[in-house]
Design a protein around this ligand. Structure first.
Ligand code: NAP
Length: 329
């Protein structure tokens, strides 16, 4: 993750025009656009960069025909934000609500975010861009060996396993891309997938085949075993339920993500899976509340997150213009 030095100071007595929550590509873009629209903007995030900063290589973001490392791309995003007057509070929002007394035309005019660090930040609009976090397998041994052989990030931990054998779990783009990365740095990955075909893009499937990466299809991990670190996993065949134990030095779990939206529980804007429901303009059902990026459950791509961040800030700007017009008339 990328940090821009000391946090800028946040004025907790002020009501900002726009509060962006989340510092990945969607949040950073929203911050840049909101500031350029002349909105007083504050950005709250635990770290700048988001999940993409952990990607080994990004090959499908326009403008980088040779590809760009995730950390370089997110560092460029963060540098770009720095050019604008957007103070960044490095903190986690634990609760978001509206100040109901401040209501006119039945519009909640001020949102209030509480943070883990004990701050209260207020704004007339909020753009939620908190992204999503890796899903867990929820099998015995997973929690016990996390950080002792179980990992959710090949770019972060892959180098510990050079010359060793690891299992990568999942059949989506992330699982195949990360398995390719592990192979590239000298790890021996074995992909385990619960079905007999991958969900990942054909391009990645072909690369996995060309690289000769081993695959165990139709199997799930039922247990991770070890002593002071991972030594083996127990796999189960999904059709026959036959179990077998294979020796590995690590387990990388890439089985999708869950949205980071627990702080929105009281706002009534989440679907059954916990994603924020938005329309094409990134508006939620609550006036003044917008969302962008992975948290909306759309296409999980940097290019999509950037577009949604720009749209959300534009909608926030138009909403404030309209509200001010109503107040004046
Ligand atoms: P994903 O597409 O949701 O794939 C998750 C994989 O994990 C699926 O193969 C799924 O199996 C498997 N899985 C889910 N729960 C499981 C469980 N409990 N046990 C075993 N396996 C389980 O997630 P993702 O790969 O992280 O990708 C998410 C999004 O990011 C996608 O839209 C993807 O296109 C995008 N992405 C794109 C790139 C790229 O463009 N290069 C790279 C990374 C991610 P099933 O297939 O049986 O459902």
């Amino acid at each position: 993750m990328f940090e821009l030095g000391m946090p800028s100071s946040i004025d907790t007595n002020r009501v900002y025009d726009c509060m962006v929550i989340g510092g990945g590509p969607a949040g950073i873009t929203a911050g840049i656009y909101a500031s350029r629209y002349g909105l007083s903007t504050v950005l709250i995030t635990e770290d700048l960069g988001g999940q993409i900063s952990l990607a080994d290589i990004v090959e499908n973001y326009p403008g980088f025909p040779e590809g760009v490392s995730g950390s370089d791309l997110s560092a460029r995003f963060a540098e770009h934000l720095k050019r604008y007057d957007v103070p960044v509070l490095y903190d986690r929002v634990t609760q978001l609500g509206t100040i109901t007394e401040c209501t006119y035309y039945n519009i909640p005019c001020v949102f209030e975010a509480q943070t883990l660090g004990g701050e209260i930040v207020k704004a007339r609009t909020v753009i939620v861009a908190t992204g999503a976090s890796p899903r867990k397998l929820n099998v015995p041994g997973e929690a016990e060996f996390t950080g002792k052989g179980v990992s959710y990030c090949a770019t972060c931990d892959g180098h510990f396993f050079v010359g060793k054998t690891v299992l990568t779990v999942g059949g989506g783009d992330t699982a195949l891309q990360e398995a390719l990365y592990l192979k590239k740095i000298g790890v021996r990955p074995i992909i385990v997938h619960r079905r007999n075909e991958f969900r990942a893009q054909r391009y990645l499937q072909r690369k996995v085949e060309t690289e000769g990466i081993e695959r165990i299809m139709n199997h799930v991990v039922v247990e991770i075993r070890g002593d002071n670190r991972v030594r083996s996993v127990v796999l189960e065949n999904v059709s026959t339920h036959e179990r077998r134990e294979i020796e590995v030095d690590g387990v990388f779990v890439f089985i999708g993500v869950s949205p980071n939206t627990s702080f929105l529980a009281d706002m009534g804007v989440l679907d059954q899976r916990g994603y924020v429901v938005v329309d094409r303009e990134m508006k939620t059902s609550v006036q003044g509340l917008f969302a962008a990026g992975d948290v909306t459950g759309g296409l999980r791509q940097v290019s999509a997150a950037v577009g949604e961040g720009a749209m959300a800030a534009t909608s926030a700007h138009l909403y404030l213009e309209n509200m001010d017009r109503q107040i004046m008339s």
